[in-house]
Every structure is written in C-alpha cells, then in structure tokens.
Design a protein around this ligand. Structure first.
Ligand SMILES: Cc1cc2nc3c(=O)[nH]c(=O)nc-3n(C[C@H](O)[C@H](O)[C@H](O)COP(=O)(O)OP(=O)(O)OC[C@H]3O[C@@H](n4cnc5c(N)ncnc54)[C@H](O)[C@@H]3O)c2cc1C
Length: 410
C-alpha cells in the first residue's frame, strides 16, 4: 500500500539557520525557537494516524494508510486530488483531412486487445496529418472512444457470432467505395486476415500483411523467422500483427456514429460459400494459457479444489495457478503462470489466494483486468489488481458459483 502524499514544505536548512541567527556580540548566536512555530505547519500526531489506519488487530496489526488522511489533515487535499483527476480532454476531429478505416474483429461483441492495437496503429497514420480513425465493428462505438476512435460504423449485431467472412468483406468493400479511406487496417488474426485477403482480392490491390511498425511513409514487418525486416511504403490495405503496437490509454475521442446504409445491406446478396459454418465451443482448459482470454488462477490460499474446478467450469475460464500450487501437484506444470511458467495476456485474470510474488507478476504484465481475492489487504496482487475482494477464497468461490447459477436460471 503506498503512503499518501504528505504536504510538508521542503526544509531549507540554510534559510532556517539564517532566520534564527542573531548577531549580538563577537560571535553569531542561534535562537532556540521551534522550527514548527515559524513554518506554521500543523503538527502531525503519529498515534492518531496509526489508530485511524488500523483495519485489523489480530492476528497481527494491519494498516490501510489511505485512512490516515483525515488525521494527518490532508483529507481535503486527497479528495481534491481524486476529484480533480481529470477525464482526458475530448479530442474532436471535425473536418478530417482523410480517413483511416480500422476493421475490427470484436469477438463475441468484446473489444479485444488486438482490436485496440489496430486502432493505435490507425492513430499513427491519422495523427500524422489531421486524419480521423473510423472504426468498423458490430456493437456501439462507446467502448472504442477511449481506444482512439473518431467515427464508428456499426455493423448489424447479428453479425457478431456468425462466421460469414464474405459479408464482412463486402461491407469493407462498400465502405472503401463510400468513404475512400487512405488506408484500411485489419487485425492480423484468423478472422481479420481472412477478411483482409478477400477485400484485397476483390479490389485487385496489394495487401501488406503483418505490419509491425508503421508511419505515414513506411511500414515494416519481419520475415524469415524474424531475421529479415521488409519495409514498404504503406499500402492501402494492411493487416496489423498482434502485440506490435501499444493500445492507447488516457485518450478520449468522439467515436461519433456514422450512419451509413452501405454496410447494413452490403453482403446480404453475397451468399456464404461455406455451408453451416459456426463457432464451436471449446473446453477452456484445452486452450493454451498464452491464447486464452479469461484465466481463473489459484495460489497457496486456495484449499477447496472442488469449488475451484466448479468455478472454472461455471465461468468458462481456463484454470491456472502459481508455482506453489503446481509444485504441490494441484495443477499440471503447463498451467503455471509467471516468469518460469507461461506469460499470459488474457483480458481478465481472476486470482484467488495468490500473493503476487515478482516472478508471478512478471507473467501477467500483459493482462488487461486483474481481479484479486486475498485475505491480506496488503498483498502485492491486490496492489496490481483493478478490483479486489479482501475475503477468504473458500467463501468467495461457492458464492460466485451460486450467483452464476442464479443468473443463468433467471
Ligand atoms: C527462480 C524463481 C522462479 C519462480 N517462478 C515463478 C513463477 O513462474 N510463477 C509463480 O507463481 N511463482 C514463481 N516463483 C515462486 C514465487 O516466488 C512465489 O513463491 C510464489 O509465486 C508464491 O505463490 P502463492 O502466491 O500462491 O503463495 P504464497 O506466497 O504462499 O501466498 C498465498 C497468498 O494467499 C493468501 N491467502 C491465504 N489464505 C487465503 C484464503 N483463505 N483466501 C484468500 N487468500 C488467502 C495469502 O494472504 C497470500 O497472499 C519463482 C521463484 C523463483 C525463486
């Protein structure tokens, strides 16, 4: 737990000394005045601060130092700091000089990390000359505003779970026609790359695939197993490699909806050539930890392994654990997360009873949302988490299973 900021004025020993010096005789003398009286600072009462911060007495005292703010006389300041944490300024591009289209996957309606990276790459091209980023996906653009989208074209919701790449390709081609974007970026994912190739073939244009660095004048990608770098002037159609661009944080764009008739109808006449293609549900535990999006992880604080397995099944999450639980044989070795296990980049990491040792935290640096359940308020994992439950893992697991079942029945 970080100590809250204090508001002491910086001590200047020379100035203090000069203020206390009197020249009464041959030698300078120093007045013995308490320094606090001259600085007009409120005296801190360390005992009151400790009492206010104490959250648990037994078995050993635990302190939450954010609670000492009031006794330290800095509560209003901290409040102001929290309240004043400004929302990032809204960036409006009213008259874009050109458009960059980002065709997103948005699997299951969720904005994936790869989608956010594609938007970040599109921003590099747009910001170089007053352009705007137009995102295209199912669902609304709200969630995309903080990822850097200036305009959003919503594809019909029914397209979210269908595997009909012909339809998306037709929509992209229609938007190319309607908006004349300078570039169109796709994620270099199985779905995104498929659609990109169809669009390129239909337009008779060259596709630069797997872009790893991008600027207005040059795009590069690696080839020959990473031993060669191929550079090219950015083509109109490009796919963006996974994890090559950092998603944007602390930005707020408009994601203004663009009401275009074209993508709503485009592709309806394009009959899918694949008969009966659909997404198959997979056993989450059969997925490798580096590929899965949702991980339920256990540490030494978990003792009820039956509930842990049941919760994994109820959530549809891939089970994993810390080295301690893998060493103890509760989970196989390939389920170990961390520096000497697997480095994961899931969207959500639900950690039950994991302390958050540096070697474990190294394995989750790329995770977007961490939720920690731990009895120790001061556990490193709780500091890393976006959301924490300070409670017994054995109590939280069955409660969560109950809640999921109730929701399902409702
Ligand atoms: C070279 C090296 C490489 C390593 N590599 C890895 C690695 O890849 N991955 C890895 O994980 N570790 C690794 N380790 C080990 C690492 O240092 C830690 O020892 C390990 O991560 C601790 O696991 P833990 O958090 O599950 O257990 P503990 O450190 O025992 O922590 C258990 C946590 O559970 C909490 N808890 C206790 N009871 C409950 C309860 N009832 N409900 C909720 N919470 C509870 C406790 O407060 C505590 O925070 C490595 C170590 C070394 C030296």
């Amino acid at each position: 737990m970080t100590t809250p900021p204090t508001i002491r004025r910086r001590v200047d020993p020379r100035a203090e000394r000069a203020a206390r010096t009197i020249l009464t005789g041959q030698r300078p003398r120093l007045l013995r005045l308490p320094v606090a009286a001259t600085t007009n600072e409120r005296r801190r009462d360390p005992r009151a601060i400790r009492d206010a911060a104490l959250v648990q007495h037994h078995p050993r005292p635990r302190y939450d130092w954010t609670r000492d703010a009031a006794s330290a006389g800095i509560a209003p300041m901290m409040g102001a700091a929290i309240a004043a944490a400004p929302a990032p300024p809204l960036q409006v591009i009213a008259e874009p000089a050109y458009l960059i289209l980002a065709m997103l996957d948005r699997p299951g309606g969720e904005v994936s990390e790869h989608d956010r990276q594609v938007i970040a790459a599109a921003r590099l091209l747009a910001d170089a000359g007053g352009g705007a980023v137009v995102t295209v996906s199912t669902g609304s653009g709200e969630a995309l505003a903080v990822a850097g989208s200036d305009r959003h074209v919503a594809l019909p919701d029914g397209w979210a779970d269908d595997y009909v790449p012909e339809r998306r390709a037709a929509a992209a081609s229609a938007l190319m026609e309607a908006l004349s974007p300078r570039h169109i970026l796709f994620p270099d994912s199985p779905d995104g790359a498929d659609v990109a190739r169809r669009v390129a073939a239909a337009a008779g244009e060259r596709l630069f695939a797997g872009v790893q660095s991008l600027g207005p004048d040059r795009a590069t990608r690696q080839s020959a197993g990473g031993s060669l770098e191929t550079g090219h002037r950015p083509t109109r159609l490009m796919t963006v490699a996974a994890d090559a661009f950092a998603p944007l944080d602390g930005v707020r764009h408009e994601a203004r909806p663009l009401d275009l008739a074209a993508p709503q109808t485009a592709g309806e006449e394009v009959l899918p050539r694949l008969g009966g293609a659909r997404r198959l549900s997979v056993d989450p535990d059969a997925l490798s930890l580096s590929e899965t999006d949702f991980i339920l992880s256990a540490g030494n604080g978990v003792t009820d392994w039956g509930s842990f397995a049941e919760l994994g099944e109820a959530l549809g999450a891939t089970r994993a654990g810390s080295r301690v639980v893998c060493d103890a044989g509760h989970l196989p070795r390939e389920r170990q997360v961390g520096a000497s296990g697997t480095v994961v980049s899931a969207r959500c990491y639900l950690a039950f009873g994991i302390a958050g040792a540096p070697q474990h935290l190294q394995g989750i640096t790329g995770v977007r949302h961490v939720i920690a359940i731990n009895t120790d308020l001061h556990a490193e994992m709780i500091k890393r988490a976006d959301l924490s439950i300070v409670a017994d893992a054995q109590a939280v697991m069955p409660a969560l299973i109950r809640l999921i079942r109730e929701r399902r029945h409702a």
